[in-house]
Design a protein around this ligand. Structure first.
Ligand code: ADP
Ligand code: MG
Length: 737
């Protein structure tokens, strides 16, 4: 087949357009196989010819990019080593001359010959008192490109240079018919977006700076809309399933509970509670995310939802990420419910239900009993870890799943929890890691979002300080003195370690603490081999503290490798103030609630993610006494890692932190969680920079899917979804409609 007589579109194989040699190179180096792959391989940057420096104006030490022609090129043996230098003189259009020296002379001598026009970029140095570029970056320009106002610079590899890519792109654009634009014309007109064909041409071959902006803006829209359509389809697929309607029952368990609440709900708790209550009353599943900073009082919101569901004759399951947290949730739910949670026991209220804990640590007999309570419907509320409930439990009538501490949980896992049956339970997801709006609209885009923005009254401030051992080693002593002061004042303290330790490296990661977490730095026991000191381990340091700095205090040790009943016993002892200091790993990160704990020391704080630190800090300042949080690190000043710690110290506003987090973290990690395909369809979209587009795209997507649930009238948009989030995801929501 030749390119001339065949229709060339985005799916055409490149071999048919640019020949086998170039096509093979693109396939091998960049996995670019089709015309579409290539035209979606956008320039990384542009060199504006109008802004290029003349050679005559170059200054020593500056980083310069010049377009010039090779005037002379001479191969010379190097003085001190084997091999040859290529000594080159280049000349720009204004007649300025400059020396350039290239190593690997032999390899370059056929590429850099007199008459070659090219882009040379590098730092201006001197040799023999003359300015020169030493081994500059070098991109040959063909005649056409060298007269264009902008030179497009592509993501390239050692074996495939930018200019070859540019040439292939131009060859393709020359013969490509403009693709059918997937965006509805009304949308395009209202948002002032360029047509797809034009945008694709302009992003590769711009005439003006405005061309570049307009092209990018249009292509960003494609990506944002692709993502939002995928999410709208997801929402649609979930909410169209039937769910048990549980309208409030006057005089029921929830009313009884509200009547005995020892405090008044915050306005936020009341408002979110009303939203949740309305959702639960419908016969389609609720899918709601409640976000509220650490200590905002999310548990009550969840409990009230669970009681409404129990009033409706259904069961509720509450899932926690760790056994420690599940056990603690069960305990605090029972405490809050009092007689209302002791069905079957002596002195229970008539309306009472039963809270059943289901974790891996239960003995066989207790476990059978718990499973039976869930299956028979005797347990109105079942609390457990994600894994356990997902795998083994049959419920009589599961009406609501509450997922606590969502930041460890992905979109797929949420889908799994909704079950495969026709009927879906309502779902309430709670996160203490506030999410910037754009992230909420993407990663959590399958959920409606409610926010608890105020903390209950009577919370105490937490003062956070970075303890920089690199600059102030003597402060280490003060850390322990501070802990002793808190204990002497009748309070308790946490000391957190990044690692469990105790020898065996392979088994060193904390099985409980190391759940999938978007922002846990990927450093375990291997750090030592990588040249960095291994992170401090609780089992290694605890004996030293016991005999040294914390001698005489009652210390407990908590980590994920302890047998579960021991974990529980330690946690109970700490809650009962039988321990002064808890030496722990991040198992205490989420949800643990001991108001008397006022001090938190985080050792090797640099090893933790930003939101993890915020979570950890949230364990103190939960009572009436002010809290203190000390972030101990030996990472020196002036590094991004220290910036991260300073950010945590500078604000206790979780929203502000999540924004900083997003800035410091690679966005790809966030968006990556959305994609299942081989190749990322998201090249330009930024959660930071494109909030406005993402917000509008969400509105359009919801509207389009509302009118055309299978996207049958919008085949171009259906294809866009596949391009953006991968064909598997597309198939999951489109092909079954
Ligand atoms: P989080 O949102 O971090 O899960 P919790 O639900 O654990 O917070 O609540 C933290 C503490 O605040 C608990 O001890 C809880 O009983 C208490 N609390 C919750 N709501 C209120 C309120 N409206 N007034 C006073 N205290 C409250
Ligand atoms: Mg909580």
């Amino acid at each position: 087949m030749t390119a001339i007589d065949a229709q060339i579109d985005m799916d055409t194989s490149l071999v048919d357009v640019i020949g086998k040699k170039s096509a093979d190179l693109l396939a091998a180096q960049l996995e670019i196989a089709t015309v579409g792959d290539l035209v979606r391989h956008y320039p990384r940057r542009y060199v504006d010819r109008g802004k290029l420096t003349d050679i005559a104006g170059l200054e020593l030490g500056e980083h310069a990019t010049v377009v010039a022609e090779v005037e002379q090129a001479t191969l010379r043996p190097m003085r001190s080593r084997r091999g040859n230098l290529l000594a080159v003189v280049i000349r720009d259009d204004r007649g300025g001359r400059l020396d350039c020296t290239f190593f690997n002379g032999h390899r370059l001598k056929n590429l850099i010959v007199p008459g070659t026009r090219a882009l040379f970029a590098g730092k201006v140095g001197t040799f023999n008192k003359k300015l020169q570029l030493t081994h500059p970056q070098f991109e040959p320009l063909d005649d056409e490109e060298s007269i264009r106002p902008f030179i497009s610079v592509y993501p390239a590899t050692g074996k495939l240079s930018s200019w070859i890519i540019a040439r292939c792109v131009r060859q393709v654009l020359d013969v490509l018919d403009d693709p059918t634009d997937p965006l509805p014309e009304t949308l395009r007109r209202r948002e002032g977006l360029a047509e797809l064909g034009r945008a694709l041409r302009r992003i590769h071959v711009p005439e003006t700076e405005a061309d570049i902006h307009a092209a990018k803006h249009r292509l960003v829209w494609d990506e944002a809309l692709g993502v939002q359509l995928a999410l709208a389809l997801r929402r649609q697929a979930t909410v169209s399933r039937p769910a048990p309607a549980c309208p409030p029952v006057p005089g029921g368990l929830l009313d009884a509970f509200d009547a005995m609440l020892p405090f008044t709900l915050t306005d936020g708790q009341r408002a979110v509670g009303a939203e949740v209550s309305a959702d639960l009353s419908r016969d389609h599943p609720m899918n709601r995310l409640v976000q509220g900073d650490v200590g905002a009082g999310k548990t009550i919101v969840a409990l009230r939802a669970m009681l409404q569901v129990v009033d409706g004759g259904q069961q509720a399951a509450m899932l926690a990420p760790t056994e420690v947290l599940a056990a603690q949730h069960a305990r605090s739910l029972r405490t809050m419910l009092g007689g209302l949670g002791r069905a079957g026991e002596l002195g229970a209220a008539e309306l009472a239900t039963k809270v059943t804990l289901l974790t891996g640590s239960l003995g066989a007999k207790a476990r059978r009993a718990a499973l039976l309570e869930a299956q028979s419907g005797e347990a109105g509320i079942v609390v457990g870890t994600h894994a356990l409930i997902q795998d083994h439990v049959g419920f009589a009538d599961l009406g609501l799943v509450v997922v606590d501490e969502q930041h460890r949980f992905g979109v797929e896992q949420r889908d799994a929890l909704r079950g495969r049956g026709e009927r879906a339970p309502h779902m309430l997801v709670m996160t203490a890691t506030p999410i910037p709006r754009t992230v909420a609209m993407t990663v959590y885009g399958d959920l409606e979002v409610s926010t608890l923005s105020e903390l209950p009254r009577g919370r105490s401030p937490v003062a956070t300080t970075v303890v920089p051992l690199a600059e102030k080693p003597q402060w280490f002593e003060r850390v322990w003195r501070r802990v002793r002061e808190e204990v002497a004042a009748g309070h308790q303290a946490y000391v957190v370690f990044p690692r469990v330790g105790g020898g065996d490296k392979a088994a060193d990661l904390d099985p409980d603490a190391d759940l999938v977490d978007l922002d846990t730095p990927d450093e375990g026991a291997d750090a030592e081999e990588a040249g960095r000191r291994a992170p401090l381990a609780v089992l290694d340091i605890a004996p030293k503290l016991t005999e040294g700095a914390l001698e005489g205090l009652r210390l407990g040790i908590l980590h994920g490798k302890l047998p579960p009943d021991e974990k529980d016993a330690v946690m109970r002892a700490f809650e009962a103030a039988e321990l002064d200091v808890l030496l722990a790993t991040t198992v205490i990160e989420v949800g643990v609630d001991v108001p008397n704990a006022t001090a938190m020391v985080i050792l090797d704080a640099d090893r933790f993610g930003l939101s993890q630190l915020h979570q950890l800090r949230g364990r103190v300042g939960r009572g009436s006494a002010p809290g203190v949080c000390l972030l101990v690190t030996d990472v020196p000043e002036g590094t991004t890692t220290r910036e991260r710690l300073d950010a945590v110290a500078s604000t206790t506003d979780g929203f502000e932190l999540s924004r900083i987090d997003l800035e410091l973290r690679r966005e790809g990690d966030v968006l990556g969680a959305l994609q299942s395909g081989r190749r990322s369809g998201l090249r330009l979209l930024s959660l930071l920079r494109h909030e406005d587009v993402i917000r509008k795209a969400q509105v359009y997507a919801t509207d389009i899917v509302g009118h055309d649930p299978g996207l049958v009238e919008h085949p171009g948009l259906a294809a866009l979804v596949g391009e953006t989030v991968g064909d598997e995801e597309r198939a999951a929501y489109l092909d079954k409609v």
